[in-house]
Design a protein around this ligand. Structure first.
Ligand SMILES: CC(C)(COP(=O)(O)OP(=O)(O)OC[C@H]1O[C@@H](n2cnc3c(N)ncnc32)[C@H](O)[C@@H]1OP(=O)(O)O)[C@@H](O)C(=O)NCCC(=O)NCCS
Length: 218
């Protein structure tokens, strides 16, 4: 599914269950010691996906350990992103020379838990969601917006090392499957130091919402 959201040069792999056996590197297995079975399965499957996507780039399998802020530590010269939710695990990777920032997110389709929308959106974003729902009520718009913000964060954080709250960016969705995310750069980012506008794509289907943010290099 996720490949339709990605430009040429970005490799992806996904799984909809944890059936395929995945052999963990020792450091990965150590990390999962004592963790709940569900977390161990999702961790392993998504790493299997990541290694399959890396292989498409001609890269050998490596251990993928969390680094600063929980972001995965990719091999030098690679950018990538991982996501997992019930019924979905996905990984995307690209050569850093071609892609500067990459973030993906998967969510179960459906409304957000009560009270969440107000915490993660501005009034203007909620007005836009209402307008989109009036045009097509079959799309879980609020979930798409939430997912877009998480994909943005996964692209943003590895590139900047900076936290971004849900109200620190504005997302504008289009019914055509694209979105624009505009970051209000937090303190610490020099004015003009980071292009604040990111482009993304979204997809809703098979009970899932998938989003991807990709920023080309150079
Ligand atoms: C980090 C976060 C985005 C993960 O999203 P999630 O829906 O909870 O979980 P997902 O399964 O989709 O993604 C988990 C993967 O994200 C990746 N991840 C975690 N922290 C990350 C970070 N700081 N940067 C990039 N990727 C990160 C990891 O690969 C993780 O998988 P792993 O633990 O198996 O390695 C979320 O937990 C979070 O902290 N959100 C708050 C920040 C935010 O989204 N702000 C919005 C700005 S507009």
């Amino acid at each position: 599914m996720i490949e339709v959201l990605l430009p040429a040069g970005v490799s992806s792999s996904e799984a909809f269950d944890d059936e395929a056996p995945v052999v963990l590197f020792e450091a990965e297995a150590v990390l999962m010691e004592g963790r709940r079975a569900r977390r161990r399965r999702q961790f392993a499957t998504v790493r299997g996906c990541a290694r399959a996507a890396l292989a498409e780039l001609g890269r050998p399998p490596v251990a993928l350990l969390p680094g600063r802020g929980g972001a995965p530590q990719w091999p030098v010269g690679v950018v990538g992103s991982l996501t997992h939710c019930d019924g979905y695990r996905g990984a995307v990777v690209a050569e850093a020379g071609a892609v500067a920032a990459l973030g993906i997110d998967a969510e179960p389709a459906g409304p957000l838990p009560r009270g969440v929308l107000g915490l993660i959106t501005s009034e203007a974003e909620r007005a836009e969601l209402a307008a989109l729902a009036a045009v097509d009520a079959s799309v879980p718009w609020e979930r798409v917006l939430f997912s877009a913000k998480e994909a943005l964060y996964k692209a943003w954080y590895p590139a900047t090392g900076l936290w971004l709250g849900f109200r620190d960016a504005t997302v504008s969705l289009s019914a055509a499957g694209t979105f624009t995310a505009t970051v209000c750069p937090p303190a610490g980012v020099p004015a003009g130091g980071v292009d604040p506008v990111y482009g993304g794509r979204w997809l809703a289907g098979s009970g899932l919402v998938l989003t991807a943010v990709v920023r080309g290099a150079g």
